[in-house]
Every structure is written in C-alpha cells, then in structure tokens.
Design a protein around this ligand. Structure first.
Ligand code: 13P
Ligand code: SF4
Length: 298
C-alpha cells in the first residue's frame, strides 16, 4: 500500500501533508507534517500540482486559499471540525449587525466563508500578536471562546466572544489536570490555547501543536504532560526517544482526525476525488485576512 501511494503521488506530481494529530501510519507516509497553517504555507511553496491534505475540511480550504492553481484533495470528505461548524457566514453577519463597528479576528480553524468576512486571521500561536496589532480597543474574536478568553487575559483590549469551542480540548478539566499532575509530579505540563482558561492557568506553557514539538526539544525536562489531542504524542515520542510524554487525558481524541486511512489516500489519488476548491469570490477576501496575519510575522 505504501509503495502504491508513493508511486501515485509521483505520477500525479502530488505532495502529501499530514496534520500533527493524524494516525501514525499517515504521518509516516506524509511528505510534511505540521500544524494546519504551516502545512498550507509550505505546500504553496512547492511546485507540486496536487496537494493531498490529511487533516480536516477547513485545512484543505486553507490550502486552496493559498494555492488556487493547485488541486487540493481531502481523502475523506466527511472529515470536518466541530468547532469550525459552530459558526457560519450568516450568523457572523447577524452578530456584526448587533455590535458597534469593530474588527473581527478569526481563528484559522473556521470556514473560508467566515474568514472572508473577517478583518484578520489568527492561529493559536499568534492570537495575542494579532490582537495587539489592531488599531482598535474592541474586537470580536471567532469562533473559539477559549482562545478568545485566554487571549483576553493578556491584553487590555476588550474582546467580544463567539460561543464556539473545540469539544476535544474543552473536555479537559482542572480536575483531570490535578490527577495527571499527581501521577507525574516531575512532568512539565504543556496545554493548547483551545483548552479552558482554568486549565491554561495550570499550564507551564500554552502552545500550538508545533510549538509543543519545538518546546519539548528545547526544554531540559524529560517528562511532559501533553494537553492536546492524543495524536501529538506520536511525533513527540518519535522525535525525542529519550523523553516521556503522557496524555493529559485519554478523552482527548478527535474522531474527525482519525477517519483517513492509507486506502482512502490511494483511492483519492487514483480517482482525483475529494477535491476542495474555494470559489474566487470567497477566496480573495479570505486570502486578504490570512495574508494580513502572515505579514505580521515577516
Ligand atoms: P494547531 O495544530 O494549529 O495547534 O491546531 C490544533 C487543532 O486543533 C487543529 O485542529
Ligand atoms: Fe476541530 Fe478540535 Fe478536532 Fe482540531 S481537534 S479538528 S479544533 S474538533
């Protein structure tokens, strides 16, 4: 199966990307692993004609936004993100009408149609920098209320919340953290900013998935509690065999991140099925919001 996939990737001049939460067999097959935005940015820089995105729908959309001339394939169309589904363009338009005029900051884990209505995008790693860059004292942050609350604690600006969340990260409670810390008293606790504020308060570091991979490599510690989707344990253990990684909770499994199999990848390459293409009238304003964010880190 692996050989057949590599052969088809070559035949189609395709690059295979896998998010850090994908199952081990998918990460092992991929040309690049990483967080959603860094994968899309790196894929745009390749001369591949086809991008096979092993992740969820909003990630394939981001790849399409940044690479309009490439064909983007999502091997299983039902791989979605419950948080991205907690907002729609219509609902955002209605909320904007209720609020005074203010910028809208939208987390990349969102539909392209919502990015298109936003002032600027953010990731879990740069949310504070994005908020601070705005020439406004008040803003609306969508769709993750936890990322918004965690950012609000670190800025003087007033952040209006959208009532969405990642059900997988929101599931981690302070009691879970107390229990896992008791079991591993010497471990450093890394938490993802999609976790609840009370969990982030207990963390030694709040980091995106790729941020956790870098941090674990740079830290002198040898034991870590990983406060994000359990799939991240695999790349951490692969990269740092001398260190030990404990899941903060074994409840933190994202079913949408586990649906794609090697067989699905082969089939989508053979049939060129599962294409995700953001229409130009949405892509152009969505790209503007993404590029405003990217420009901040240049
Ligand atoms: P990052 O990989 O950008 O940290 O995002 C986490 C996540 O929940 C992706 O779905
Ligand atoms: Fe969405 Fe959360 Fe799954 Fe990431 S882990 S895809 S944010 S539901």
């Amino acid at each position: 199966m692996q050989d057949a996939i590599r052969k088809m990737l070559k035949e189609r001049n395709a690059v295979m990307l896998a998010h850090n939460y994908q199952p081990p067999e998918i990460q092992d097959l991929a040309d690049m692993c990483g967080d959603s935005l860094e994968l899309s940015i790196r894929a745009a820089d390749t001369d591949a004609e086809v991008i096979v995105f092993c992740g969820v729908h909003f990630m394939a959309e981001s790849a399409s936004i940044l690479s309009p001339d490439k064909t983007v394939l999502l091997p299983r169309s039902e791989a979605g993100c419950p948080m991205a589904d907690m907002i729609t363009a219509e609902a955002l338009q209605a909320r904007k009408r209720e609020l005074p005029d203010m910028p809208v900051v939208t987390y990349v884990n969102s539909p392209a149609t919502v990015k298109a209505l936003s002032t600027i995008c953010c990731t879990s790693a740069n949310a504070l920098e994005v908020v601070e860059s705005l020439d406004a004292d008040e803003l609306l942050m969508t769709p993750d209320r936890n990322l918004a609350r965690n950012t609000a604690k670190r800025t003087d600006k007033k952040i209006h919340l959208w009532d969405g969340c990642c059900p997988i990260h929101d599931r981690l409670t302070a009691a879970d953290v107390e229990a896992v810390r008791k079991a591993h008293p010497d471990a450093v606790f890394m938490a993802h900013p999609e976790c609840r504020p009370e969990v982030i308060e207990m963390a030694d570091a709040a980091l995106s998935t790729s941020g956790m991979i870098r941090f674990a490599g740079e830290s002198d510690a040898t034991e870590f509690i990983v406060g994000t989707e359990v799939g991240l344990i695999y790349p951490l253990a692969q990269k740092y065999p001398g260190k030990t990684f404990y899941p903060a909770s074994d409840k933190m499994i994202c079913p949408d991140m586990k649906v794609i199999t090697p067989k699905d990848i082969l089939t989508c390459l053979q049939e060129m099925s599962g294409q995700v293409k953001v229409p130009e009238e949405i892509r152009v304003p969505a790209l503007a919001a993404v590029e405003r964010m990217i420009a901040l880190s240049r």
